[in-house]
Design a protein around this ligand. Structure first.
Ligand code: GLU
Length: 418
């Protein structure tokens, strides 16, 4: 990897912010405030393991901005989590919530752990203790966690139960992405991938690209990648490459993602799927295709490989998969990049619907949720794309400008206290 690509996700997020702030002529006072997180909590905490020993784990919860509403954002469990990564993810959540115009600020959490090495009981102990450590920040009107990389409905249930045990009553609106039986929302599990499919459909319409038979590559087969792949397949796209943490598979005649989901349930990986060719994750990104959906981790598309990545549409299911240097290369190669803060905003949008339903104790049906999600995604895509076309700028820059404008306006209206 070239020296320039050694930047942390936080440096990248700040660089993206600076670009937008410069383009829109944002006043210095606001630049100082908006390019850094508001609150950061670092905790190292003990967890009792199954063999009786005690291990120390480190975790973070960062609130980047809470001007437009409570902090919102997931919690990830991953061995490579760093404070700088969580800062970047929190900042991206602020812009994501603003770009789809839902009344939340941005936050994120992470624990440095490889959860695949933990038993269910250890995972529960870790989750409950981490929830307790971050509880001063968490609340339905303060900061609302959700699932992210390697976290799921069960973890959200334990988190919610832990906070509820502290307060003495059910606090269902303090997390989203919960199981349906605990105040979760219909449609939430599929929402991020569904949102990705909506923006791909909008982008294809704008570019006059026929989705029928459109060759599509999806990096990652977790919650976002698997749902994106199945929904794009159902829209007519031909999925020619897919990967997971173990590697990639390809077949130019197409892979049925529904069958792959069933296979994955049995073997826990995509790489031993029959009738396909095995490739590496980096080969996967460079497969010729019309639509590419990176849905894994940050910094996958860099100055080193961007010139060889030539889809018509690149829709970012993951947060931060593309570096600023790669962005420039993709833009000059006419790759239509739908940025993370727009492309994967379906998840947090349905999290917003879940929170609203929990606060009202009044639940909507799935059609209503999917319909409202489509309205939000379509309107947000149009707003960002119009801005991008009017100024001949990349959609990432246009999305950041739109988002920063909304947060800046709210900050000016509220004023600086005291
Ligand atoms: N972790 C997801 C994201 O990065 C969802 C966040 C949420 O629903 O609060 O957008």
């Amino acid at each position: 990897m070239s020296a320039i690509e050694q930047k942390s996700p936080y440096q990248i997020a700040q660089e993206q912010f600076d670009l937008a702030a410069e383009f829109m002529g944002l006043e210095d006072d606001l630049r100082h405030v908006l390019r850094v997180p508001k609150r950061e909590l670092t905790t190292t905490f003990p967890v009792r393991m199954d063999d009786g020993s005690v291990k120390a784990f480190t975790g973070y919860r960062v609130q980047h901005n809470v001007t437009r509403g409570p902090g919102k954002g997931g919690i990830r469990y991953h061995q490579d989590v760093t404070l700088d990564e969580v800062r970047a993810l929190a900042m991206w959540m602020t812009w994501k919530c603003a770009v789809v115009n839902i009344p939340f600020g941005g936050a994120k959490g992470g624990v440095v752990v490889d959860p695949t090495g933990l038993s269910m009981r250890e995972l529960e102990n870790l989750t409950r203790r981490f929830a307790t450590e971050i509880s001063p920040l968490i609340g339905h009107d303060g900061d609302i966690p959700a699932p992210d990389v390697n976290t799921n409905q069960q973890i959200m249930a334990w988190l919610m139960d832990t906070i509820s045990m502290h307060t003495g009553h059910l606090e269902s609106a303090i997390t989203t992405g919960k199981p349906l039986g605990l105040g979760g929302s219909l449609g939430r599990a599929d929402a991020t991938g569904r949102g990705v499919s909506f923006v791909v459909a909008s982008a294809a319409k704008f570019l006059n690209l026929d989705l029928n038979g459109a060759t599509t590559v999806v990096q990652g087969f977790g919650n976002v990648g698997s749902v994106s792949a199945t929904m794009l397949h159902d829209l007519g796209c031909k999925i020619v490459g897919i990967s997971d943490v173990n590697g990639g598979i390809c077949n130019k005649d197409g892979i049925d993602p529904h069958a792959l989901v069933r296979h994955m349930k049995k073997t826990r990986t995509v790489i031993d799927y029959p009738g396909v060719e095995r490739i590496s994750n980096s080969e996967l990104l460079e497969l010729p295709c019309e639509i590419l959906v990176p849905a894994a981790l940050e910094k996958q598309i860099t100055a080193d490989n961007a010139a060889r990545i030539r889809p018509k549409i690149l829709a970012e299911g993951a947060n931060g998969p593309t570096t600023p240097e790669a962005d420039e290369i993709l833009f000059s190669n006419n790759v239509f990049v739908v940025p993370d803060i727009l492309a994967n905003a379906g998840g947090v949008t349905v999290s917003y619907f879940e929170w609203v339903q929990d606060l009202q104790s009044f639940f909507w049906n799935e059609d209503e949720i999917n319909h409202r999600l489509k309205l939000v995604m379509d309107a947000s895509f149009q707003a960002v794309n119009q801005r991008a076309q009017a100024h001949k700028i990349p959609l990432r820059l246009a999305a950041n400008i739109l988002a920063i404008e909304r947060v800046a306006e709210a900050t000016r209206l509220r004023g600086i206290y005291p």
